[in-house]
Ligand binder design. Sequence first.
Ligand code: MG
Length: 381
Amino acid sequence: MRVAALIVAAGKGERAGGATPKQFQMLGGKPVLRWSVEALRGVPGGLQSLVIVSNDPERTRAIAPDALIAPGGQTRMESVQAGLAALAGDPPDVVLIHDAARPGLDLLTLDRLLDALTTAPATAPFAPGADSLRRIDPEGRLIDCPPRDALVRVQTPQAFSYAAIVAAYAAWPSGRVAADDLEVAHAFGLPARLVLGSSRLAKITHPEDFAVLESLLAPAPLVPRMGFGVDAHRFGPGDHVTLCGVRIPHDAGLLGHSDADAAWHALTDAILGALGEGDIGDHFPPTDPQWRGVASEVFLQHAGSLVAARGGRIVNVDVTLICERPKIKPHREAMRAETARVLDIPLSAVSVKATTTEEMGFTGRREGIAAQAVASVLCPA
Ligand code: MG
């Protein structure tokens, strides 16, 4: 499916205040228009072309250098038609028609729209919300109370089969004003299926809307989380042990299903613990033969990727080995470096240390090695 996007950014935006039209004013560190440009570029499968209808080509080109720029018309409808005409040379299958004044476009909404287009030639997002809708007259007097279930507030981008919306606009009686492109499509008889939009897609109309949008679009605050992990492996035949991914010569090896790296197992559990994601055995069941003999780097890297997938990051980790032998200290810096590499965090964020148990207990009797680890992560609340 060849997808084009058309952003209407030709309005003067007088109600939003300021000498600069609202689509070029700053919001959360970038011009309002740039938010939509960046979001639409992320459309699944990529964007074939982007048209921006604008009466300020200089500012528009600075925001989207590779966009086609079409001059705006007297009305929004004329502007949309100018944008559609700019796509006629290389017509897409589908066009997303979006208002620059709605900067909070997200991938989930784009996904839903493109999915809806597989079953209908027209679609639009509707605003979530539980407010009742009432019909009033211009003086604010209540006319009636239509049932809430069947009424929605419609947002943009509205998406259409390109050929169908071009035909719908061609058939629209000149001089009549449509509230949006969906109305034009509907009048032409195009079936439409609406999908859930987002409260982030609210429109900037008045000066105070900038503050509202700024808080809606601000990244979620990160909150600290802690996790703790413990592991132990028994000595067996062998000539080395692997701890924090470092091969350490020894007069015994460690027994285990994988490479028996107790340090990274404890650390993996600490990170999973910080996320509330169970333990290493949930993610890599020891009964599953595919993990036999596997390097524990795979486990640790998986835990790190879960943090990243949540939009979080690891602040620091601290691993303590508990054993009489081998001596850990000569290998400590290599162990830190390996851990930092696998988790893709700074060396300064990794601590590795060791202790003995004064010859008490199983580690004191040199039956095996134990490890404990803590991890601190920041994740969106
Ligand atoms: Mg283990």
